[in-house]
Design a protein around this ligand. Sequence first.
Ligand SMILES: [Zn+2]
Length: 113
Amino acid sequence: MNPRSEEAARQAMAAKIAAISDHAMSTTCQRCGAPILTARPGRVAALDVNLDPTPLAPVEEVQALLEGRLTWHLVIGALGTQRITWRGTTHITAGPARHPVLRDHHCPREGTQ
Ligand SMILES: [Zn+2]
C-alpha cells in the first residue's frame, strides 16, 4: 500500500468512526449560546446529551452530582476521535477517573425566574 492510499484509508476510517452516534461534537447551546459538546451515547437509547466541555476536578464532580447532574467520560481515541460514555456509580466509586470527566450542561439562570 502506498502512503497516499494508506492516508486515504486512515481518513476513511476516521470518517467512519466520526459517524458513530456517540461521537462528541463541539457546538453551542441553542438556548444560552455557551460552548458545549453534544453526543448520543449508547447505541440503543436515543438520548442526546449536552455537556459542558471543561473537565471537572473531583470536587466539582461531587458538586455536579449533588445538583442532580449526570457525569460522563470523555474518551479520546487513537485517531483523536472523542466519544462520550456514561460515568455510572461503579466508575465513580472505583477511584480516580481514567478519562476527563464532564457534566451535563445546564443553562445559567436568566434573571430571577
Ligand atoms: Zn445552555
